[in-house]
Ligand binder design. Structure first.
Ligand code: ARG
Length: 285
């Protein structure tokens, strides 16, 4: 929303408590490379990764959110990136189908987690679909990315199962291989993104649908500042995305900076570590 002077309005922001699923990086390492950030030759430190992850976990709890945990499995070092496990809307969980064999086994872990906790509408995607990495609910639509991981055929499948219209977007820069590395939903009708990550056609779609979006610089996008979580008021994001934090403050959001440099060695950040569980499961009786 703009004021008469053309400046963005600083609205009062209301936080809505969320429910997130996270996975402790007990087995975190970079032993293969499936995105340009991953260099198996460079050292990683699991203890540092764990400490940084714990801090993110504690920040979310301190903000008033509920965090549930899925047990990490040995041999699945990327399982810490829980966002990729599924996309969950209105109590329906569409479980991921990973493009790379290194992550395929994660799907069964997520399916089991949901089923054991009484979620009844749990289906694994038939098409390559990397969960909230590529599917972000925003303003009644499901923003869906493809180009590197999830396939365009997954859009229709998600639209049908989750009963939300999909706005398909094409990613073109391999450094931003999942939608959530280049775009974040801030509130029902507000988003922030890095235009350079998208095809010309997708940039037009975004500009048309979200004319007031916050546009991030390449530097902040590379700091994984867009791999952020918003509860409507607080926006948890990489501490190094300073300019973006200022842009958020101008709109009335409260940026909360966290340090996740160790996990960035695997190409992941704040959002990658969390899967939002939208609506409660039916109690398992
Ligand atoms: N190493 C992981 C991969 O390439 C990182 C996943 C990051 N997750 C995300 N939601 N962007 O699949």
């Amino acid at each position: 929303m703009r004021t008469a002077s053309g400046r963005h309005e600083k609205r009062a922001r209301i936080m809505r408590p969320r429910r997130y699923l996270m996975c402790r990086p007990t087995h975190f390492t970079v032993s293969y490379s499936i995105n340009p950030w991953m260099d198996p030759g460079a050292p990683t430190n699991t203890a540092t990764g764990l400490a940084q992850w714990k801090r993110l976990h504690d920040v979310l709890v301190a903000l008033g959110h509920t965090v549930e945990l899925i047990p990490p499995r040995p041999g699945l070092p990327d399982m810490v990136f829980a966002a990729n496990g599924a996309v969950v809307v209105d109590g329906r969980a569409l479980v991921a189908r990973f493009r790379h064999p290194q992550r395929t086994a994660e799907s069964a872990a997520y399916t089991q987690w949901f089923r054991e906790r009484g979620w009844t509408e749990v289906v694994q995607a038939r098409r390559f679909n990397e969960g909230e990495g590529d599917f972000l609910p925003a303003g009644g639509v499901l923003l869906a990315g493809s180009g590197f991981r999830s396939e365009p055929a997954a859009w229709a499948e998600a639209e049908e199962f989750l009963a939300r219209p999909v706005l398909g977007l094409t990613l073109v820069d391999p450094r931003f291989y999942h939608l959530d590395t280049a775009l974040a939903a801030l509130d029902d009708d507000e988003i922030m993104y890095y235009p350079g990550a998208f095809s010309a056609e997708s940039r037009e779609l975004l500009a048309d649908r979200f004319p007031d979006a916050i546009l991030a610089t390449e530097q902040d996008a590379l700091a994984f500042g867009l791999n952020a979580l918003s509860d409507g008021r607080h926006v948890v994001l990489a501490r190094t995305a300073e300019r973006l934090a200022g842009q958020l403050r101008e709109r009335g959001f409260e940026p909360v900076g966290v340090e996740l440099a160790e996990l960035l060695k695997a190409g992941g950040g704040v959002k990658c570590c969390t899967l939002e569980l939208r609506t409660a499961p039916r109690p398992a009786e």
